[in-house]
Ligand binder design. Structure first.
Ligand SMILES: Nc1ncnc2c1ncn2[C@@H]1O[C@H](COP(=O)(O)OP(=O)(O)OP(=O)(O)O)[C@@H](O)[C@H]1O
Length: 691
């Protein structure tokens, strides 16, 4: 099926049929039983402003002067120009029509400022300075400006991603924005593609559909919606591809596709063209433009678009150091610049020119001129049809008061549905995850075999009790450190996906946390069980079921403590700080475990340390399992004298009683609960602090 489709789009026969044909969005399934119409819209692939204006017949490319290098090679002085190719974009109009249209939403902001705190005793900084603006519905709007101008900050404020330090008013159809209702009708697509890399396109789409649409929508309906969106976004042919194998442009389109499932009215995209080649940029923007035709308002930040990309936008909002320096249609930017005596030089891309002006390259007085001319965003003169722009009072009369949702929860589906979908996603990921699952199980088997070989027979031999004691401590360190470090290294990446999906109301933090805990259970249990069986048998620990299960229980609890501790560190700190802190914080736990310095020899003022050391409870639990329960005399076959032939003597020496197993279990369970609770609280605070 893929071959015939590719042949349809790219031409066939010569094996390199990309040249000249099919550079557009790949839409239009010919082999599907459903027949989709396609319309062809020519788009020029020319680079400069002048070329973009005359898109149908591009001017001839001037031949660059030839220069001769000392080695005799002849090369062009300028980088070779790309050949101008007439690009054909196939629009799947049927697929677009299958998406329900939306009632357009007119967005307006007045005197909007955003202030951030710079930290303890360092005051605060205002990033947006009382900017105003109006984004009418059904338009593709670009927020432009030099780096650091405040584009992302404005997008964050308008989308509701940032609420702290925001002042001023944001109106929707003339009425003050009700944030929960607005979040229900909008979505935010971040600059970096925060996607699940181990899921295929189709799986990602189904997970998004199940989380956003729930069980009220039938499987067939979801399937049809996914099919339409994938066709529309040119991803239908890649639905079985793992997300991590997609190109940058495809990832960007998948991010958009996943948010389109519940058909948002307003879409915010932070730099959707960053990291994409010019062809992919065009594809993404053309696609966004198509989406606006059904009533959606799409607002994106963009750094410095080429003339060709600039033309795709309906409206542009330019910022300079937190102030508005232009607001209006893309077509009217040149007349506007003319009107303020800053005419755009011939053959100059107006988008480049306004950015240069906004940077202060031609003097800061020019920035002030622009700011005054646009009235910091209040002026609507440069809109396409200024007389048709409705005032807030008119909009209020035109649109009825929006219905308030009865549900207090922002998510579209129930907690149990969220948990079950997240569990499903978690298990698919776990099955394919080479680090968290395969490597973890492999490492457990390999380390267990290594320990077994090194400490062969130590479990039953009276002359090797101290060796066995070392083995128990090494096992403890292995269980806590491997799980903890894996979590510290991988959890921060999960958090970035969590922040995006949680903000877009896919699921609650509680559902995420529950599912994450449950997904880890079987993997931890399997790897710990394999480890325990190998090391227990190989090192000849006592062959009694009860002791084996006690040993396994302590091992498993230590794994859970390590995981919970790792979650807490991972939630609190980034990877670099977490990788440093996790082992550093483990060292005092080791010191207080009673391994190097016995608990009796600890100075009295440091005894408290042993009560908070989970390694102490783990070690005590292991000792109870192996030498407790009134274990009898040990064999003494490898030496003429065995000092610790009687386990009681050894227990006395290390000041452990061997009957504290249940206390140790309780202590470890309490620690797991404390660390889990703390990591949940830290995670919640982190999500809140970002906003
Ligand atoms: N939390 C913060 N604390 C201090 N300064 C901040 C904070 N957030 C943003 N800023 C500052 O505000 C300014 C605007 O940032 P913003 O990210 O909105 O710029 P931008 O226009 O999107 O830039 P870019 O195109 O480079 O992404 C920058 O100078 C940035 O350093």
């Amino acid at each position: 099926m893929a071959t015939s489709r590719e042949q349809f789009l790219f031409g066939s026969g010569n094996g390199n049929g990309v040249a000249g044909l099919g550079l557009g969005i790949e839409i239009g399934e010919v082999t599907s039983s459903r027949v989709y119409n396609t319309t062809t819209v020519p788009v020029s692939n020319s680079g400069g402003w002048r070329n973009a204006q005359s898109s149908v017949t591009p001017p001839p490319i001037p031949t660059p002067p030839q220069v001769s290098y000392t080695n005799g090679n002849t090369a062009s002085k300028q980088p070779p120009l790309e050949p101008v190719v007439e690009e054909e974009v196939h629009y799947d109009t049927d697929a677009l029509n299958n998406l329900p249209a939306r009632e357009p939403v007119d967005m307006e902001f007045k005197e909007l400022s955003l202030t951030v705190k710079l930290g303890f005793n360092r005051g605060s900084k205002e990033i947006l300075h009382n900017v105003c603006g109006k984004f009418p519905g059904s338009q593709l709007i670009a927020i432009m400006g030099p780096s650091g101008a405040g584009k992302s900050t404005l997008l964050d404020a308008l989308s509701g991603f940032k609420t702290t330090g925001v002042d001023g008013s944001i109106l929707l159809n003339g009425r003050r924005r009700d944030l929960p209702s607005f979040r229900r009708m909008s979505c935010y697509i971040t600059q970096d593609d925060r996607l699940q890399p181990l899921l295929t396109v189709n799986e990602n789409m189904h997970i998004a559909a199940d989380l956003k649409l729930g069980q009220t929508v039938s499987y067939e309906e979801k399937e049809s919606r996914i099919e339409d969106i994938l066709l529309l976004l040119g991803l239908y042919n890649h639905d079985q591809t793992l997300t991590m194998r997609l190109s940058g442009g495809q990832k960007k389109r998948l991010s958009i596709a996943m948010e389109l499932i519940n058909n948002p009215t307003v879409m915010f995209l932070d730099e959707p063209t960053t990291g994409l080649d010019s062809s992919s940029c065009t594809k993404v923007l053309e696609l966004l433009k198509k989406l606006t035709s059904q009533g959606r308002t799409i607002i994106c930040t963009i750094h410095q678009p080429t003339a060709k990309l600039f033309q795709i936008f309906d409206q542009v909002y330019v910022l300079s150091a937190g102030n508005c320096v232009y607001q209006g249609s893309t077509q009217k930017l040149v007349p506007f610049l003319q009107s303020v005596d800053l005419p755009c030089p011939m053959y100059h891309n107006p988008a480049d020119y306004i950015i240069e002006l906004a940077c202060g390259e031609y003097g800061y007085d020019k920035v002030d001129t622009l700011k005054v001319a646009t009235e910091n965003g209040s002026c609507l003169t440069w809109f396409d049809n200024p007389s048709a722009v409705l005032r807030a009072e008119v909009l209020m009369r035109k649109y009825p008061i929006p219905k308030k949702s009865k549900s207090r929860s922002l998510e579209d589906t129930s907690y149990s549905n969220q948990c079950s979908v997240l569990l499903r996603r978690g298990f698919i990921k776990a099955k394919r995850d080479t680090t968290m699952t395969h490597l973890r199980i492999g490492v457990n088997i390999a380390v267990a075999a290594l320990f077994g070989a090194m400490y062969d027979h130590t479990g039953r031999e009276g002359s090797r009790v101290l060796d066995n004691y070392n083995l128990l401590f090494a096992i403890l360190m292995h269980h806590s450190m491997t799980t903890m470090m894996l979590t510290v290294l991988t959890f921060p990446m999960d958090i970035s996906i969590l922040i995006k999906e949680h903000f877009n109301r896919w699921y609650s933090l509680k559902a995420y946390y529950t599912a994450m805990t449950l997904v880890d259970l079987p993997i931890s249990t399997i790897s710990c069980f394999l480890f325990t069986v190998i090391v227990y048998l190989w090192s000849y620990q006592p062959m009694e079921w009860i002791r084996f299960f006690m040993f396994f229980a302590i091992s498993l609890l230590t794994v859970f403590v390590g995981h919970s501790f790792g979650l807490m560190i991972g939630a609190w700190f980034d990877v670099v700080n977490g990788t440093f802190l996790a082992p550093v914080l483990t060292i005092p736990m080791m010191m207080f475990a009673g391994f190097g310095v016995t608990l009796r020899d600890l100075p009295s003022y440091l005894r408290w340390g042993s009560h908070i050391s989970y390694l102490r409870y783990g070690l005590e639990g292991f000792i109870s399992a192996i030498y407790g329960l009134d274990r009898g005399t040990l064999a003494c076959e490898e030496a003429p004298y065995c000092h610790y032939r009687y386990p009681k003597k050894f227990l006395e020496e290390i000041t452990m009683r061997g009957d504290q197993f249940w206390n140790d279990v309780i202590a470890l369970v309490v620690m797991i609960l404390i660390f889990r609770f703390m990591s949940y609280v830290v995670l919640k605070a982190k999500i809140k602090s970002i906003r």
